[in-house]
Design a protein around this ligand. Structure first.
Ligand SMILES: [Zn+2]
Length: 112
């Protein structure tokens, strides 16, 4: 899928867009402040990183801003990493768990 990642030069936030054609690419605006002053970052797909390496590249102990959780992929990733740290082997239930993580429910369950 043609997903493009941008950084806004106006508010400095990063976001990714699914863009299907050149017209959409030309019209892309910052999701946060509507600015068109954007820097295109490398496509998520050209940086081929395995999930394993993404998991090891960040720590669940680091503080994460609101932006982190706006990206549902990061929420799922965080949940998986946390599971590993807790020594929980969920096997095939992992997808379900990640789905819960993406809706924020997993945080309630495991903070208890
Ligand atoms: Zn912006």
């Amino acid at each position: 899928m043609p997903i493009y990642e941008y950084r806004c030069n106006q508010c400095n936030k990063r976001f990714s867009e699914l863009l299907l054609n050149q017209k959409e690419i030309n019209q892309v605006r910052c999701k946060y402040c509507q600015s068109r002053n954007l820097t295109k970052l490398v496509s998520s797909f050209s940086v081929h990183q395995t999930e394993e390496s993404r998991l090891s590249n960040f720590s669940t102990s680091n503080p994460r801003g609101d932006d982190f959780y706006k990206d549902s992929r990061n929420v799922g990733l965080w949940a998986k990493k946390r599971m590993k740290e807790l020594g929980v082997d969920l096997g095939s239930k992992m997808d379900e768990i990640v789905e819960k993580g993406r809706t924020g429910k997993i945080l309630d369950e495991y903070d208890k």
